[in-house]
Design a protein around this ligand. Structure first.
Ligand SMILES: Nc1ncnc2c1ncn2[C@@H]1O[C@H](COP(=O)(O)OP(=O)(O)OP(=O)(O)O)[C@@H](O)[C@H]1O
Ligand SMILES: [Mg+2]
Length: 470
């Protein structure tokens, strides 16, 4: 951290000197001004962390100076220094926005204490603004979130590998955030201002791959009526992200290996090569060692790509991340679809956290966006989520309302039984598509008693939620 810079304003020279010596000893840098006017001039020139000013000065006095500072730079903290006789004025000054006052004759410790507090507040304000900016940025698609230890490990690895040029192989199931991880490596590294070129290796037809990657000269093949730069040239100086790298045909794998080894590319039909400076990231949701074993992926390319391995854990291994992701996706969906503000109820968050998502984070994101659009009220509850009633009644969703002062075992047991009964009743009805006679059979009770129970729990009119398949 740089040395804090303090402006000392006093019309008496010896006071300015004493203060600057005291503060200098404590590690502050000081500038001195003999009047309010001089102080304003200094503030225009340099960026101060705090101002210590006398109140009684000829010309622009302390109060006047304070007012001018608060007009132009409300976050610059001002501390007034005043003789005992003018404490009333000091209080006035505080009402006008001064941070604090110090009475003359002052002692060193008191002055440093007040100053430190003022500086701390300035730092907090700055930190707050930084956080707000970050939160704003988080809402754009670039944000990569997670509070689980597994994701903290991922972030730590990203921070480390972002700095270097080594190739990273990003693995993980579908929808776990591989592309986001690649973007994050690029954004956090020295190439952040250079291009990030993502290529989906599975989406380019095999016969076009070479010219898409390497470019071509005019007339290189039929239809090449003008020269074209390839994706590798486009990524020069930046990052090339090879998504779904396992889909690359074997011939292209050989060509890529050469690019990685020699950092040279040659356009189709060209007879000269050119140097490129590429940072290569690759991703796959296939097991590349199996692909290598079966001969579909070149072993030498695999080792070239797998210099550093970043594995993104599936969401079911980090359910702690679900609430933070859900809240984030809701804010995103609200913004994207211009919806009124919405929140997720605690019960909805519980239900979301109790699910497993075979489509991982992407599936969660889709569910939240759908719920945001479809729900009517301000709050999204369990009923707005596309899970079957079974899922809602999973243990995480089971809430027993037993007041704390209930010690009566019989009453408590009855409450538990009632809750369980309701769950089993719903489950049986859902299994039998709402047919009460059949549900009664499964439950082993009479038709009459199921009718009574359905009424007691108010289950009669509920429609059956469709089974959930992310
Ligand atoms: N940790 C996360 N924080 C915020 N958003 C995330 C996170 N992980 C994934 N997402 C979001 O989920 C969606 C899927 O992520 P991404 O495309 O990076 O996954 P992927 O692993 O590349 O999937 P696939 O294997 O299907 O290509 C994206 O919309 C992404 O923004
Ligand atoms: Mg992807």
């Amino acid at each position: 951290m740089r040395q804090p810079l303090i402006l000392i304003v006093d019309d008496e020279e010896h006071i300015r000197k004493i203060m600057s010596i005291m503060l200098g000893k404590k590690g502050y840098a000081c500038r001195l001004a003999a009047s309010g006017e001089e102080a304003l001039g200094a503030i225009k020139k340099e960026s101060f962390d705090a101002v210590l000013t006398d109140l009684n000065m000829p010309g622009l006095d302390g109060l006047g100076l304070l007012a001018r500072i608060k007009e132009t730079d409300p976050e610059l903290e001002v501390i007034v220094v005043t003789a005992f006789a003018t404490i009333e004025t000091a209080i006035l000054a505080m009402k006008a926005g001064a941070y604090d006052y110090i009475a003359k004759p002052f002692n060193e410790d008191e002055m440093v204490l007040v100053l430190e507090k003022a500086l701390e507040r300035g730092r907090l304000l700055a930190e707050n603004q930084r956080l707000k900016r970050e939160m704003g940025e988080r809402l754009d698609s670039g944000s990569f979130l997670g509070s689980s230890q597994a994701m903290k490990n991922v972030f730590a690895l990203i921070a480390k590998v972002a700095e270097v040029k080594a190739t990273v192989l990003i693995t993980g199931e579908s929808g776990t955030g591989k592309e986001l991880a690649a973007q994050s490596i690029h954004r956090n590294g020295p190439r952040r201002d250079k291009p990030f070129v993502a290529v989906n290796c599975g989406a380019i037809p095999a016969n076009l791959l070479e010219s898409e990657f390497f470019g071509h000269v005019r007339g290189a093949f039929t239809g090449a009526d003008r020269a074209k730069e390839g994706l590798l040239a486009e990524a020069d100086g930046g990052t090339l992200f090879l998504d779904e790298v396992a889909e690359l045909p074997l011939e292209m794998q050989v060509k890529f290996l050469r690019v990685l080894q020699e950092e040279e590319i040659r356009r189709v039909g060209d007879n000269v090569s050119r140097k490129v400076d590429l940072r290569v990231l690759a991703a796959t949701n296939r097991n590349l060692t199996e692909e290598v074993a079966s001969g579909r992926f070149r072993e030498d390319l695999y080792y070239r790509l797998n210099v550093i391995r970043l594995n993104l854990p599936p969401l079911r291994e980090r359910p702690e991340d679900i609430p933070i992701l859900a809240v984030h996706f809701l804010a995103q969906a609200v913004q994207k679809n211009q919806l009124p503000p919405k929140t997720l109820s605690p019960a909805a968050l519980r239900v979301l956290s109790a699910q497993t998502y075979s489509g991982n984070v992407r599936a969660l994101k889709n569910i939240i966006e759908q719920a945001a659009i479809m729900s009517d009220g301000e709050t999204i509850g369990p009923k707005d989520l596309p899970f079957s009633s079974d899922a809602i009644e999973s243990p995480a969703g089971l809430v027993l309302k037993i007041p704390e002062d209930w010690l009566d075992l019989k009453v408590a047991t009855q409450e538990v039984i009632k809750t369980l009964e309701e769950i089993l009743l719903k489950r049986a009805l859902s299994l039998k598509n709402g047919n009460q006679s059949q549900a009664a059979k499964v439950l082993g009770i009479s038709r009459r008693s199921i009718i009574t129970k359905v009424q007691t729990y108010g289950l009669g009119s509920k429609r059956k939620a469709p089974p959930f398949k992310p």
